[in-house]
Design a protein around this ligand. Structure first.
Ligand SMILES: Nc1ncnc2c1ncn2[C@@H]1O[C@H](COP(=O)(O)OP(=O)(O)OP(=O)(O)O)[C@@H](O)[C@H]1O
Ligand SMILES: [Mg+2]
Length: 276
């Protein structure tokens, strides 16, 4: 499918499919088309050519759109886009309330969504008094309360501190396991992409690379797409450039530590010096 804003192409000739329960990370430099893609998955935007299917439903069919929006919950880049009510609790209840669910079920869903996002203690708080990161968690809570089959997260942790980012990522990964959620995560952060089972890299609205995240994050030819290795990868690349035979794809701290532990004892045996 392709999409243009007023004749200016933003996405060109994309062909892509995310199997149920998969976790796809979408990366790419600013203006490469990530948010546009996310909005197409939630039927906020419609492709000008080609078709987007969500759960087998084509988004171009108007009658499909309410269900598409419930199936694929979008947490957009700007949390203020989501706020519709005065308090945290009311805001989270807005979506399920609109579905016409019985009040007891709305309450149950709100309790669950606030617990999952760590917002239970703030449930009575005025949304105008929330920090940017708290608003991002509230946006996620509102989407989770709709119990979607897929989560489309567009830089949904950008305003959170490192602990908050890990919390949200862990929550999403746990939901993926327990509820078989399909996850589509737009991010600039390699450590988030490493949790995915597939990485897609956009360059100027075209898929530049697609594959296993550690392979993509180790590639120097994607640096113009904003793809840089996480700190462990950068360390290993420096060692490799200095002639050390370390694997540059050991990108997580655990894998990197194991790679270094495997390398240095051998060096010590061979030449009797520890170069650490
Ligand atoms: N509402 C709009 N009207 C016109 N052009 C737009 C609009 N939204 C996005 N664009 C353009 O479409 C292209 C893709 O933008 P998009 O927001 O999808 O990029 P992105 O990869 O999400 O960037 P970022 O990492 O900065 O969020 C850019 O050239 C942008 O200027
Ligand atoms: Mg964006």
């Amino acid at each position: 499918m392709s999409f243009s804003y007023g004749g200016r192409p933003a996405l060109r000739g994309l062909s892509f499919s995310a199997p149920p329960g998969s976790f796809t990370a979408l990366m790419g430099a600013s203006a490469s088309g990530k948010s546009t893609w996310a909005k197409l998955l939630n039927a906020i935007l419609l492709p000008q050519s080609g078709t987007v299917f969500v759960g087998g439903l084509a988004t171009e069919v108007e009658e499909n759109r309410p269900l598409v929006r419930r199936l694929a919950g979008l947490v957009s880049q700007n949390p203020d886009d989501h706020i519709v009510a005065a308090t945290v609790e009311e805001d989270t209840a807005f979506g399920p309330g609109n579905l016409g669910l019985p009040p007891a079920e709305v309450r149950e869903r709100v309790d669950e969504a606030l617990a999952l996002t760590g917002l239970t203690a703030l449930r009575q708080k005025d949304v105008g008094q929330l920090s940017g990161g708290q608003k991002q968690k509230l946006a996620l809570a509102g989407v989770l309360a709709l119990r979607p089959r897929a989560l489309v997260l567009d830089e949904a942790t950008a305003m959170l501190d490192p602990a908050g980012r890990r919390e949200v990522l862990d929550t999403v990964c746990a939901l993926r396991q327990s509820d078989k959620l399909t996850v589509f995560w737009c991010t600039h952060r390699p450590e988030e992409a490493l949790r995915a089972d597939r990485l897609v890299v956009l360059r100027d609205g075209v898929i530049a690379w697609e594959g296993e995240p550690t392979a993509g994050l180790s590639r120097a030819d994607l640096s113009d797409c904003g793809i840089l290795p996480p700190p462990c990868g950068a360390l290993l690349q420096k060692l490799a450039a200095a002639g050390r035979a370390v694997p540059v794809t050991a990108l997580t701290p655990a894998a990197c530590a194991a790679a270094l532990a495997a390398f240095w004892p051998r060096r010590r045996e061979n030449d009797g010096v520890c170069e650490c």
